[in-house]
Design a protein around this ligand. Structure first.
Ligand SMILES: Cc1cc2nc3c(=O)[nH]c(=O)nc-3n(C[C@H](O)[C@H](O)[C@H](O)COP(=O)(O)OP(=O)(O)OC[C@H]3O[C@@H](n4cnc5c(N)ncnc54)[C@H](O)[C@@H]3O)c2cc1C
Length: 400
C-alpha cells in the first residue's frame, strides 16, 4: 500500500491528505498546533460564531464547490448580497467601485463610475495609453496596469482592490497569479481594457465569490471527518522539523517547513459587533477597500451582516464589521471603531463585542529539494487556488 506523510493541517494539507487517502493509500497528517484548519478558523464574538480568517471563496475554476459537493455541503453554499464594493479614496467621500472591472481594472476607462474615482484627465490618458500596440506583457500586474492605463488607474483603483484581495501591492503580484487568463487576453484583445471586457464576458454569470452558511470554518471539520473515515491518521500538536524522519512520500503543506523567500506578511483582523440601526440599509454595500493616503488605518472593511443573509439572521439586529490591517494599531478596537465610523459614515456608540486576531502569512517558498509542496507558499493566497492545486498535486502523486 502506498504511504504518504502530509506536514501541515491547513486546508491545503487536509485536501491533499483526503484525496490521497481516498485512493486507499496510508496517510498520516501532522499538524503543529492543537487544531486543524490553519487560517480557516472560527471564534465567538458577542455570542455569534464567526469566521476568524477566510470568510468566502472564489468560485473561479469550481474546485471549492466540487469539494463541498463531495463533502455533502453543496446545499450550504451561499451567494453574497449583490452590489459593488466601495472605495475609500485618498480624499473625498466613499464611492462605489466601477461595476465593469476586474481586480479594479476598468473595461471602459471613460465610464462614469471610473471617471468619478480617477477624474476625466486620467481617464482620457488611460484610453490613449491603452491604444498603443501590445508588445510584451509585463510580468507583474502593477507594471502591466501602469504601462497600459497609467498610474492613476493603478493607485486609485487597482492597488486598493488587489491589496484587499491579495494583501499585496500589484507590483508584487505576478500577472498569472492575479488572473490566470489575463496575459493571453491582453495579447488577444490588443489592450488591457479590452482584455477585461473579454474575461468578464467569458465569466459565468453571478457573484465571483461564495460562502458557506454558518461560516467557511465548517469546511475544516468536514474535511477532517472524511479523512478519518478514509483511514487517515491525524496527529495534532506534532511539529515536524525533519522531513527525512517521516515515512513514505512526503507532502509539505505547512509554511513552517518550506524555506520561505522572505519574511511573512502580517494581517490583523479586528471584528466588531455593533448596534446601530442606520447600518440596516448597508450604506456602503457589503464592503469597502481603501486607497493609499486615505484617512483611515484599515485597508479593508467587510460589513459581514450586509454580505451574508445567514449572518444577518444569526446577529439578530446587531451588525458584524471586519476590518483588516497590515499592522495592529496600538488600540485595535478603538482604531477599528473610528475607522469604521469614517468609512461607513455613521456613529458607532455601542460596541457589543470585539475580537482581534493576528495572522502571519508566509512568503513564497523554495520547495525543499525532492519534496512535494502544496498550500499558500506555492499556490498563492486564497482557497480556490489552494484547493485546486492540492487536488491536482495529489492526483499527480497517485499517477506516478
Ligand atoms: C484574515 C484572513 C482572511 C482571509 N480571507 C480569505 C477569504 O475570504 N477567501 C479566501 O479564499 N482566502 C482568504 N484568506 C487566505 C486563505 O485563508 C489562505 O490562503 C489558506 O487558508 C491557506 O491555507 P494553507 O493550508 O496553505 O495554509 P495555512 O492555513 O497557513 O495552514 C498551514 C498549517 O500548517 C501547520 N504547520 C506549519 N508548519 C508546520 C510544521 N513544521 N509541522 C506541522 N504543521 C505545520 C500550521 O500550524 C497550519 O495549521 C484569508 C487569510 C487571512 C489571514
Amino acid at each position: 500500500m502506498p504511504e504518504f506523510s502530509v506536514v501541515g493541517g491547513g486546508v491545503a494539507g487536509l485536501v491533499a491528505a483526503r484525496r490521497l487517502a481516498a485512493s486507499g493509500a496510508a496517510v498520516t497528517l501532522f499538524e503543529a498546533s492543537d487544531r486543524l484548519g490553519g487560517t480557516v478558523a472560527r471564534h465567538e464574538v458577542a455570542g455569534i460564531t464567526l469566521d476568524a480568517g477566510a470568510e468566502s471563496f472564489a468560485v473561479r475554476g469550481g474546485a471549492v464547490e466540487a469539494l463541498l459537493t463531495e463533502l455533502g455541503m453543496a446545499g450550504d453554499i451561499v451567494a453574497p448580497a449583490p452590489g459593488p464594493a466601495w472605495l475609500q479614496p485618498a480624499d473625498g467621500d466613499a464611492v462605489p467601485l466601477p461595476a465593469t472591472a476586474l481586480l479594479g481594472i476598468p473595461s471602459d476607462p471613460l465610464a462614469d463610475d471610473v471617471v468619478r474615482v480617477i477624474g476625466r484627465e486620467a481617464a482620457e490618458r488611460a484610453v490613449a495609453l491603452d491604444a498603443a500596440p501590445v508588445a510584451a506583457v509585463p510580468p507583474t500586474l502593477g507594471a502591466l496596469v501602469r504601462e497600459r492605463l497609467g498610474s492613476d488607474v493603478l493607485d486609485r483603483l487597482v492597488a486598493p482592490v488587489v491589496h484587499g484581495v491579495h494583501s499585496q501591492h500589484p507590483d508584487d503580484v505576478p500577472v498569472a497569479r492575479a488572473h490566470p487568463g489575463l496575459t493571453d487576453a491582453v495579447t488577444a484583445a490588443g489592450s488591457l481594457s479590452g482584455a477585461v471586457s473579454r474575461l468578464r464576458a467569458a465569466a459565468p454569470p453571478g457573484s465571483a465569490v461564495a460562502g458557506i452558511r454558518r461560516g467557511i470554518h465548517r469546511l475544516v471539520p468536514a474535511l477532517a471527518e472524511d479523512l478519518g473515515n478514509l483511514g487517515g491518521d491525524i496527529r495534532l500538536g506534532t511539529r515536524v522539523g525533519d522531513l527525512d524522519a517521516l515515512g513514505g512520500t512526503v507532502v509539505v503543506a505547512g509554511p513552517g517547513i518550506a524555506a520561505p523567500a522572505g519574511p511573512g506578511r502580517r494581517i490583523d483582523l479586528v471584528t466588531l459587533v455593533v448596534e446601530q440601526d442606520e447600518l440596516d440599509v448597508a450604506p456602503r454595500g457589503s464592503g469597502m477597500l481603501v486607497a493609499r493616503g486615505a484617512p483611515v488605518g484599515a485597508r479593508a472593511l467587510t460589513h459581514a451582516t450586509a454580505k451574508w443573509a445567514w449572518l444577518r439572521e444569526a446577529a439578530a439586529g446587531r451588525h458584524v464589521l471586519r476590518l483588516s490591517y497590515d499592522a495592529t494599531p496600538a488600540d485595535p478596537v478603538a482604531s477599528a471603531r473610528a475607522d469604521a465610523e469614517t468609512m461607513l459614515g455613521v456613529r458607532l456608540p455601542v460596541v457589543a463585542g470585539a475580537a482581534v486576531v493576528s495572522w502571519t502569512r508566509p512568503a513564497p517558498a523554495a520547495p525543499p529539494t525532492g519534496t512535494t509542496v502544496v498550500g499558500e507558499t506555492v499556490a498563492g493566497s486564497g482557497l480556490a487556488g489552494i484547493v485546486a492545486h492540492a487536488e491536482r498535486t495529489a492526483a499527480q502523486l497517485l499517477g506516478r
